[in-house]
Design a protein around this ligand. Structure first.
Ligand code: CP3
Length: 343
């Protein structure tokens, strides 16, 4: 059995009373760190993901530099469609680029549910190497995109303001869409189970584009599949569900077997506690752009945020990923402010 030197994060997910809440930042392994940019110059995106030595180094960078209470494995949600026979590129200045997007039943038929060991073994190797480098300092989070969010990229072919083609596909070819969503779900369950077996201490599901759907469509096209993943993984590990813009679904989510729910910055702490029934651990929700404020303001606002959520059943985080233009000392101030809470 591993003994973590810092298990504050896991305690908060279990709802235990803590002296102060734990803190980590979505996308903390990334572009605001000069150490990351140095590696980015040398290796393209998927090389960084596929080389366990690099992925583990990048995962540990923020642990050394800004010192949050949990690590998140450096990888991407799009390694899943890649493994399912959908080509994915990462283009500089554009982001994800899928040259052959899914648009028909025939396209869906060609999507495979892969053997995880064969197609994603490199992720497991990165986990093993990361665990060695972390040396039990903090827990390691594994993650996956929600099936809906993966479908968004698989069908749209790139990022989008409204994912109109993805929604159009679901509404005009619902049968094909549901088949695709189920294939992604089955792959994701096998993938996350393997991650847990390899050593991650918790998993987070990113539903970055759930907020694009109406509450009714959210149930059909997103939550139905996320909940399958939660049901499959909850007996094995703690599951966090982050749905950006999905405040309307928090009541339903809170009734699931998830250990915690993510909250974005457009939902107040009070509203999030109300909508989630007041009992489940919440995670969030500092506006990532607010890290551009002067450091004394950041510290004041973090304290206020903890007061509003309450120190228990709470994981301090941003409301979405950290932005590339955030000064490292501001990110550090955000984390330090949490560590100073109540001191
Ligand atoms: O630190 C961490 O959080 C771990 C690593 C991580 C990355 N992507 C690395 C990455 C995580 C958890 C993700 C998740 C991810 N990827 C999501 C869900 C979270 C969210 O932000 O909503 C989504 C939607 C993606 C898809 C994706 N990958 C996009 C849209 C982009 C390009 C835009 C951008 O933010 O740069 C990526 C590329 C990507 N994934 C980068 C990083 C560090 C930047 C590109 C690079 O380094 O070359």
């Amino acid at each position: 059995m591993e003994t973590l030197k810092n298990n504050l994060f896991l305690k908060a997910l279990d709802g235990e009373t803590v002296a102060r809440p734990p803190v980590w930042m979505m996308r903390q392994a990334g572009r605001y760190l000069p150490e990351f940019m140095a590696l980015k110059k040398k290796y393209d995106f998927f090389t960084r993901c596929r080389t366990p030595e690099l992925a583990s180094d990048i995962t540990v960078q923020p642990i050394d530099i800004v010192q949050p209470d949990a690590a998140i494995l450096f990888s991407d949600i799009l390694v899943i469609p890649q493994a399912m026979n959908i080509e994915v590129e990462m283009k500089n200045g554009i982001g994800p680029w899928l040259p052959n997007p899914i648009r028909s039943q025939k396209d869906v038929d060609q999507v495979i549910v892969p053997n995880i060991h064969e197609e994603l073994g490199y992720v497991m190797d990165a986990i093993t190497m990361t665990k060695e480098k972390l040396n039990n300092r903090v827990p390691l989070i594994g993650f996956a995109g929600s099936p809906w969010t993966i479908l968004c990229y698989a069908v749209q072919g790139q990022g989008s303001k409204n994912f109109d083609l993805a929604k159009g596909f679901c509404f005009s070819q619902p049968e094909a869409a549901h088949q695709l969503l189920q294939k992604i779900t089955d792959t994701t369950i096998a993938y996350l189970k393997e991650k847990v077996k390899t050593g991650v201490n918790a998993v987070q599901i990113f539903d970055s584009w759930g907020g694009m759907l109406s509450p009714v469509d959210y149930q059909e096209f997103s939550w139905h599949y996320i909940n399958q993943i939660v049901e499959a993984l909850a007996p094995l590990t703690k599951v966090i569900v982050f749905g950006k813009g999905c405040w309307f679904a928090m009541g339903e989510m809170a009734k699931s077997k998830a250990s915690a729910l993510g909250v974005d910055w457009t939902c107040s702490a009070r509203n999030a506690r109300y909508l989630s029934g007041g009992n489940i651990t919440l995670q969030g929700n500092f506006d990532p752009s607010r890290l551009l404020s002067p450091i004394p303001d950041i510290k004041k606002m973090v304290k206020q945020m903890i007061d509003e959520f309450g120190k228990d059943k709470y994981v301090v985080n941003l409301g979405h990923g950290i932005l590339p233009n955030i000064p490292v000392d501001h990110a550090k101030a955000f984390i330090d402010a949490v560590k100073e809470y109540g001191a």
